[in-house]
Ligand binder design. Structure first.
Ligand code: FDA
Length: 406
């Protein structure tokens, strides 16, 4: 972005008094500023970072999975699964796509309704900044917030560079994930300052780690990916599984990680669309001199087939093996229960689960019921999407909802 943009955008110079202050120039904060500005409200956006939308920039491998055409309440985790309904209904994936199209940004559907930019995530940031400029919203970066107080007229926000006042204050500072990129627990602390309940937070959409024994065994598989179904209780996701040097990753694991709790078991089924037991039995009939490892290697990556055969101690000619042994080998690939030792934590988590208790917020406006004029939007609220563009859709929708009401 241009240097002058990095400090301030807007037509009227630095503005200390406005109708609305938004803290956080991420996905949710920028959308709220755009909507409020378009409604004629004067808006100042404050962020301590040197550039807006840093998570947008790195999202989706640099191409930003900006929404999911199938996004609906069922794709979100929250203590109150109904809370997200109103906002999601009033700003839909189609609404965001229309904005993207207006700006001539080319996009494509990758898989499972996930929409990505053809070129760069920076196109989305540029679009949001252009929309903010058109809406007359001011952006002040590098703003370290030292305090937030309630005044008779609204709120006073003190920063290293000065004091800002507004009748409405929108908190859009995200969650705790990726602290290296400036994530802070600001929203949670502020909620507590105003007496609002905050639910326990934990990393979500995060790789899972294995205990040293199991990790040593699977270490040779690092880098291997395979289609899989990962189950946790009644929840299951079918996407890719990736073995890593620390444990398990890939979309299927990231998805299930948001449901998993320390001490829980997950069940891994590799190549869930193939009946591996039937394949092994047929291979035995067709070529009894083949090893089970070779037969398994027809459908699984060879190193993985070798690992499973060695783990189950099944070798020799298939003709000499009872079907029971082949069933055991198939089960080790398709019904493998294990207990991850933990997760990689906020360092790599894409999102933060939990957060501001939705019971304290109005689902139409995101306003704190007990503190008129104070709004919480985006990831800091206890609404967390699945992997696949859902989290940005929540950021856009909750931001729009607040921007519509301030
Ligand atoms: P967000 O974190 O975007 O913005 C918060 C802003 O507040 C930041 O600009 C920050 O600097 C500022 N801030 C924080 N503390 C502050 C303080 N104390 N004072 C002032 N400012 C402060 N989702 C998706 O739907 N599709 C995808 O492709 C991806 N990809 C992805 C990749 C990676 C690596 C990560 C980490 C995450 C994703 N996500 C994603 C998730 C998505 O990035 C996330 O859900 C949204 O960015 C949340 O938007 P918010 O605006 O709520 O917070």
């Amino acid at each position: 972005m241009e240097k002058e943009d990095a400090v301030l955008i807007g037509e009227t110079g630095l503005q200390r008094k406005s109708d609305v202050i938004v803290i956080g120039a991420g996905a949710a904060g920028m959308m709220a500023a755009i909507r409020a500005g378009k409604r004629g409200r004067s808006v100042v956006v404050l962020d301590h970072a040197r550039a807006p939308g840093e998570k947008i920039r790195i999202s989706g491998g640099g191409r930003c999975n900006f929404t999911n055409i199938h996004a609906g309440p069922k794709n979100f985790l929250s203590a109150n699964p109904h809370f997200c309904k109103s906002a999601l209904a009033r700003f839909t994936p189609a609404d965001f796509i229309a904005m993207v199209d207006r700006h001539g940004i080319a996009w494509h559907e990758k898989t499972l309704g996930q929409l990505f930019c053809d070129d760069s995530a920076k196109d989305i940031i540029r679009m949001l900044l252009e929309e903010m400029r058109a809406a007359g919203a001011m952006l002040h970066l590098g703003a370290e917030i030292s305090s937030v107080e309630r005044t008779e007229a609204g709120f006073r926000v003190s920063t290293g560079e000065g004091v800002y006042e507004a009748s409405s204050l929108i908190i859009a500072t995200g969650g705790k994930s990726i602290p290296k990129m400036g994530a802070t627990g600001f929203a949670y602390r502020l909620a507590e300052q105003f007496g609002l309940p905050v639910l326990e937070t934990r990393p979500g959409l995060v790789p899972l780690t294995l205990d040293p024994g199991l990790l040593e065994a699977v270490a040779p598989l690092a880098g291997i990916a395979a289609p899989a179904e990962i189950r946790h209780g009644k929840t299951a996701f079918r996407e890719a599984l990736l073995f890593t040097h620390r444990g398990l990753s890939g979309p299927a694991i990231l998805q299930i990680s948001s449901f998993w709790r320390e001490g829980d078991e997950i069940v891994v089924a590799i190549e869930p669309d193939i009946d591996i037991a039937a394949h092994l039995k047929t291979a035995k009939q067709r070529n009894g001199r083949q090893s089970p490892q070779t037969a398994l290697g027809d459908i699984l990556p060879k190193r993985l087939a070798q690992f499973l055969a060695e783990r189950e101690k099944i070798s020799g000619n298939m003709a000499d093996l009872p079907d029971k042994a082949l069933l055991r080998l198939a089960a080790s690939a398709q019904n493998f229960a294990l207990k991850p030792s933990g997760s990689e934590g906020y360092r790599t988590a894409e999102v933060t689960l939990g957060g501001i208790d939705t019971a304290a917020l109005d689902s139409r406006s995101m306003e704190a019921k007990a503190v008129p004029g104070l709004y919480f939007i985006g990831e800091c609220v206890d609404v967390t999407g699945w992997l696949g563009g859902y989290n940005f859709q929540w950021a856009w929708a909750s931001g729009f909802a607040a921007g519509e009401c301030v």
